[in-house]
Ligand binder design. Sequence first.
Ligand SMILES: [Fe+2]
Ligand SMILES: [Fe+2]
Length: 377
Amino acid sequence: MDRPRRRDDDRFYDKISLIVDSLGSLGRLDKREFLKQVFEATFELIPEAQKGSLFELQGETFRPIFCRGYDFSVLSRILFGRDEAFVDFEVGSKTSIVARETRITGRDPAIFSAETIEAFGVLGTLSGFTALYAPISVAGLNVGILSLEKFDDTGFLDLSRKILQYYARLISQFYAQRLHQERETRRYKDIVNSLVSAIQVMDKHTEGHAQRVRDYSLAIAARLGLSEEAVSEIGTAALLHDVGKLGIPTHILRKPGRLSSEEYETVKLHAGDGFRILSSIEGFERIAEMAYHHHERHDGKGYPEGLSGDEISLGAQLIGLADAFDAMTSERAYRPAMSTAAAVGVIREEAGTQFNPRIAAAALEVIGSLKDLARVS
Ligand SMILES: [Fe+2]
Ligand SMILES: [Fe+2]
């Protein structure tokens, strides 16, 4: 029996489902891979397109990042300034991304440089083709252009225009999302930096302590083979481990001599205060926990909770060791700095008591670089 002829509608739905299927995995890709897949997919869905390119705004210049059917090195000679890229194209409204078709019948030498015209000549895009294009835009600002070309006398299908428009919107959303992520990362770094400088203003004689503890912690965490995400979180927690010191009266914090036992009890409150400050920041739950437990000891003799062994998170134990190493090798008003060799001796001796033996072993292995980082002899 003959299969019934499929209507155009069916083919349209097939195409749409192809797009939707491809979306699932796109979110996990990095920018280049994402753009490449979307760019390639437009050709699958718009088979009448013969050539095409994707330009991206980099600084003040639009540069090609992908092309099909062209010599990329020749195409790369075509650069447009921020205001020139859409010279042959109509951009349309700022609020919605619209794909349009245009017939290129010649290039105006008054608009394009001689070099660009020459490159058009080599690419075969001086005249006599139809371009289907759409801007990539974020918040009304054009940051790219997706363009497909067809070198015969007929235009693109209306469905193709809709598909290109859809893809241009998809790419635009991806750019908007990335911009949002970059802003979030900047915001995160700003919070961390301002907290670190607040501690340093309060506690001048431990200048550079937070950064050194971070550097040591990162080196040890990398040695232990922790995931990139875990290493980065430990780095942030290490920078902020003493943030609770903001709550300690300055006469205690800046006291040049040894602390009385009462003053020492006040200093110990910084672990809990740090936890309260950091846990109020969304997404800082684990960082807050590491700051809370950085004075716990492997043998359970630390504070504030007297946890032992694996009850203490690996990050907190690691920061605790890095903190102790920096405290030992830094000068205090009431005692000179210990030599690196002596501090190494203490770590070795305290492995299994103050320190988790596994972390102590990793620290001892990277101690050469720790010494470089510490800039002490
Ligand atoms: Fe501390
Ligand atoms: Fe510390």
